[in-house]
Design a protein around this ligand. Sequence first.
Ligand code: NOJ
Length: 520
Amino acid sequence: MAKAQEKRMAKAQVPWWQRAVVYQIYPRSFCDANADGVGDLAGIESRLDYLAWLGVDAIWISPFFRSPMKDFGYDVSDYCDVDPVFGTLDDFDALVAAAHQRDLRVMIDWVPAHTSDQHPWFVEARASRDNPKRNWYVWRDPGPKGELPNNWRAAFLKKRAWTLDETTGQFYLHSFLAEQPDLNWNEPAVVEAMHQTLRFWLDRGVDGFRADVVHNIGKDPALPDVEERLAKIPHCALNDEDITHEHLRAIRRVLDEYDGDRAMVGEVSLLSTEQVAAYYGKGDELHLSFNFPPLFAPWEAEPWRQHIERSAAVLDPIDAWPSWVLSNHDQKRHRTRYGSEARARAAAVLLLTLRGTPFLYMGEELGLEDAVVPPERVVDPSDRDGCRAPVPWTAASDHGWGAEPWLPWPPEPEARSVETLREDPESILQLYRRLLGARRQSPALLTGSLTLLASPEGVLIWERSRDGDRRTVVLNFASQACTVELSGEQRIEVASDGCGEGEPFTGNLAADQALLLKPA
Ligand code: NOJ
């Protein structure tokens, strides 16, 4: 495995999205420049120096387009404008320019599978059965007794994926909320209009896109029932149609019209890594795809060994570049899932030393836990407020926001603020920074091969290697100390608990500890 991986990387010129660490910004919760309690684009711009200091290479900004905010921006009512709560197109242009000045790439969130029900396309489509935009969405007649067109389930709220439009007497399909009707990509005019939305932002200089539930754009026009035993699973987790690959190849051609390696990472939230892999096509579909099965794995050595092996086994043969992610705006933060800061620190070593492009979620570098959101402050229809809590910038009582933010603070906002952790050389924030710095300087970590080595129970050891550069990572998932044997002398380059950096590795591993080692 390792030799073939090295050979492959040596041949190719490595594009930015393979070397990059991408930092996800959920804009409502990142930084608030106008003190209205909701983060904005100017706020993001004001923190670019922080991100450059931290050492990430790219940002992905979750949706900031015009939206009624039923799904906080994933219900888009205008793909080509900024929602006033986030600022203006001028703010966006300024942000891109400022990011590029700092060598930071900008990826934005493209939401191709559905619009808001307030999007003018849907407003027109639902006006009458013969409206020219009618076929831009998916409509079906009720059955003779008013039955739904099929047994598909929507994500969120445990409801069916169909809502009856009283005016025209037909059901429309929505894989998510009723306020998020699915676009009909079987209609060529939709394909063309959505390509134009890509060009709009490519022309403004974005480096790429994160494409929301992109595997859900293609639909079997027969809309067949799913097997009854699967009917409780949201249909978008099952929808895996050949036609989507044709759409992705066409989308790739749009990106290729532009110079500078514009890239797309797709959110392919299907159930297996094998299914996810298909969305890279033959190097002619997605550049990168999220692979969520590892995100759902418990914090244990064996499941992680299997995910690392499976990722290589499935992606290497098709020359597809892996991606790794532990947290995002849809899931409980991994600090909360794994249960301790020591584990969150070890997880940082894992995420930043595997083979592939890591995606960080804002605030994980602070070791943030999910906020506890009291019932009266719940705003998300699908229980995701906790991981979307605002980022505390300062130790002051407003934590740099100037107003009460739209969601409650995560636990310990003062102790976990950027200001506090930046001053503490032993903080998790400083650990992320050291890891990002070490990664940047090591060809082995950036693009080298990965080989799993023999290890005692509860421990994983892997080696990264490229052009004579070599690193070894030892990760103790267990809560007991242990010893490992490695061949050759090694020095500790980065330790998850900061202990012994620069010193020779003795073979001793503390509980929950991960070490990045360099040949001595
Ligand atoms: C996936 C996004 O990550 C999530 O936040 C959103 O609610 C759904 N797609 C629907 O767009």
